[in-house]
Ligand binder design. Sequence first.
Ligand SMILES: Nc1ncnc2c1ncn2[C@@H]1O[C@H](COP(=O)(O)OP(=O)(O)OP(=O)(O)O)[C@@H](O)[C@H]1O
Ligand SMILES: [Mg+2]
Length: 295
Amino acid sequence: MGHGRDFIDQYRIIRSIRSGATCQIFEAVDANTNKKVAMKVLMAQAKKSRAERKYLQHEYDIASKLDHENVIQVFGVRTTGDDPYLSLEFGKYLNLKQRLRLDKALMLHRANVIIEQAALGLHHLHDHRWVHCDIKPDNFLVDDDGGTKLIDFALCQPSRTGFLAKLGIGKPKGIAGTRSYMSPEQIRRRPLDIRSDIYSLGCMYYEIVTGKLPFTGATPEQLLVKHLRSKAPPANTLNNNVTQEFSDLIADMLSKKKEQRPNNLDRMLGHLSSMRVFRSMPPHPSEIEPPEAEA
Ligand SMILES: Nc1ncnc2c1ncn2[C@@H]1O[C@H](COP(=O)(O)OP(=O)(O)OP(=O)(O)O)[C@@H](O)[C@H]1O
Ligand SMILES: [Mg+2]
C-alpha cells in the first residue's frame, strides 16, 4: 500500500490483520455500503509479478461462483494499478492453525462441528469441479462456536479425472501447497482430483483430534517420503478419546492410493453423521478445572 494513503478504491483501510509471504490482509470498510470487508493486497515483490496478479484474478473467478455458508464470500478484485487486491467477507476470527495453538481446549470441544463444516465447505468447491490443492488449518477461519469457512483459492485446479487424467493434461508445474498436508499424488506431480483434497483434509482432521501432524520429518525430503510410504499411527493411539470409527475414517482418508480413500465428501459426510468423533465430549474450557483446584 502506498504511504500516507488510507483508501484503496472505495475501501477505507482500518488495520493490517496479517502479513504473509505474498500478500497482506487488511480489515477495511467499503465506503459505498459501510460494510466491513477484508482486503487481500499483493505486497511489494508480489505485485511486480504478472503471475501473482493472475492468481488474484483466478482466485476471484473461482470464489465469485461459490455460494455457501462454509465458504468465504468474495466481493471484488483489481489486478491493475499500484495495489492489486481482492475484497472479501470479513472473518472476525483467526484461522484454525492459530486457534489450535491459542485456543486448544475450545477447538477440541468444537472439533465435531469444525470437522463437519470444513467438509461441507470443501464439498461445495468440489461440486464446482475444483480441487483446492492447499487444504490445511491456515486456510479455514473458525469462530468460537466452531463455525468454519474455507478461504484461499489461489492454488485451485480443475479436477482431472478419467480421460484427461490419463492423458496427463493439467499437470501442475511445480510443487504447490504445503508439505505437511500434501497428498502422495501431489508430491509425485500427478494430475489431481478431489481425492487429493480428501487426503489433506484427513491430515487436518488428524491434527485437530490428536494435536499432532500425521507425518513429520527432519528435512522436507524426509517428510515427503513419509507421505509416500509411511503409515501414520492411528489417531486413537494418540488420543484414546477418539472413537475407533473416526480413527478408521482418518486412516482411510490417508490411504496412499486414492482409490482406497472415500471418493467424495458427500458420502463421507453421510458416514460421518452415523458415528461419533469422541467417546466422551471434550469439555468446554470453562468446565475445565484449573490444576490448583484439584486435590
Ligand atoms: N476474509 C478474511 N478475513 C479475516 N482474515 C483473513 C481473511 N482472509 C485471509 N485471512 C487471514 O490471512 C491469512 C492469509 O490469507 P490467505 O490464506 O488468503 O493468503 P495466502 O495466499 O495463504 O497468503 P500467504 O501466502 O502470504 O501466507 C489467513 O490464513 C487468515 O489468517
Ligand atoms: Mg493461505
